[in-house]
Design a protein around this ligand. Structure first.
Ligand code: GTP
Ligand code: MG
Length: 251
C-alpha cells in the first residue's frame, strides 16, 4: 500500500485523526491492535466468571432441587463509553489508564431468585482461591438514595494465555428478580427523560423500590418455610441413581 493511499488525503481516516506522518500512523495502528487485544482479555475474564457462576448454580440446584441463579448476563463496555469514563475521571486515554481506572469493562450480572441466594452465591464465589476481591459495595444493606439495591463486587481473576497468566478486573452485580425489575424500569425511565429533578417522580420510584424490598423479604420468608436443609450432593446423586429405572435392553 502506498503511503498516499494510507493517509487517504482529505477526508481519510488517518487525515481526520490529525496524523501527518507514517510513524504516528503506526503508533495508532499499534494502539488499536493492543486495545483490541486488551478487550479480548476482558472478554476471557468475563467468560471465566460467567462459568464460575454457572458451576455454582449447577451444584446448588442439585443440593436444593431448585436453581438459585435465575440468569447470568455479561456485557463488554464499548470503547466510546470507556473513553468517556476516563475523560470524566480526568485521565487521558491510554491502555494503562484503561486497565488502572476503569473497573467495569467486563460486567457480569447475576439475577437470583431469592434474597438469601444473593449472599450464598456471592460468598461461595468470593472464597474461590483464584478470585481476589478488590471492592465490595452492598447497596442491599445500604440502598442508594434513589432506592437502588444490588450487591456490587469488583474482583480480579486470572486468565491463562499461551505464554502468560494475566489478572483482569471484572465488575459483578448480584441482585434478586425484584431488584432487577426495579433497576431495569428505573434505567428505562431515566433513559427516556432525565428524572433527576422531578421530585414527585423520584419519590414514587423510591416508594416502588421499598415495595420491591418488602416483596423480597416476604418471598424469602416463604422460601425459608418450604426449603428443607440442603442435601449433600453425594446423597442426592445416590438417591437419584437408585431411583432411576434401570434401562432394559430389548433383544
Ligand atoms: P459507575 O456508576 O460505573 O461509573 O461507577 P460507581 O463507582 O458509581 O459504581 P456503582 O457501583 O455505584 O454503580 C455501578 C453500576 O451499577 C452502574 O453502571 C449501573 O449499572 C448500576 N447502578 C448503579 N446505580 C444505579 C441506579 O441508581 N439505577 C440503576 N438502574 N442502575 C444503577
Ligand atoms: Mg458502570
Amino acid at each position: 500500500m502506498r503511503s498516499d493511499d494510507f493517509f487517504g488525503g482529505e477526508g481519510g481516516l488517518i487525515h481526520n485523526l490529525g496524523i501527518t506522518d507514517m510513524s504516528q500512523a503506526e503508533e495508532v495502528l499499534h494502539m488499536s491492535y493492543s486495545f483490541l487485544k486488551l478487550m479480548s482479555y476482558y472478554n476471557c475474564a468475563m467468560m471465566e466468571v460467567e462459568t464460575k457462576f454457572n458451576v455454582l448454580n449447577e451444584e446448588f440446584s442439585l443440593m436444593w432441587d431448585r436453581e438459585p441463579i435465575a440468569s447470568v448476563k455479561t456485557r463488554l463496555k464499548n470503547p466510546i463509553s470507556i473513553r468517556n469514563k476516563l475523560v470524566l475521571k480526568g485521565y487521558p486515554f491510554s491502555l494503562e489508564n484503561v486497565e488502572r481506572y476503569v473497573n467495569d469493562i467486563a460486567g457480569v450480572r447475576i439475577v437470583c431468585s431469592f434474597l438469601e441466594d444473593v449472599y450464598t452465591v456471592a460468598e461461595a464465589f468470593k472464597k474461590q482461591d483464584d478470585v481476589t476481591l478488590l471492592e465490595e459495595k452492598d447497596y442491599i444493606k445500604n440502598p442508594k438514595p434513589n432506592g437502588y439495591r444490588s450487591l456490587h463486587l469488583i474482583v480480579s481473576v486470572p486468565i491463562f494465555l499461551q505464554h502468560e497468566k494475566k489478572q483482569m478486573k471484572v465488575e459483578i452485580q448480584l441482585r434478586t428478580l425484584a431488584m432487577d425489575f426495579w433497576a431495569s424500569l428505573e434505567h428505562q425511565l431515566n433513559y427516556k427523560k432525565s428524572i433527576g429533578e422531578d421530585v414527585s417522580m423520584l419519590a414514587d420510584l423510591k416508594y416502588c423500590a421499598e415495595l420491591s424490598a418488602e416483596l423480597d423479604k416476604h418471598m424469602d420468608e416463604l422460601r425459608e418455610r418450604v426449603q428443607s436443609e440442603p442435601e449433600d450432593v453425594e446423597d442426592v446423586l445416590k438417591k437419584t441413581m437408585t431411583d432411576a429405572p434401570v434401562p432394559v435392553k430389548k433383544s
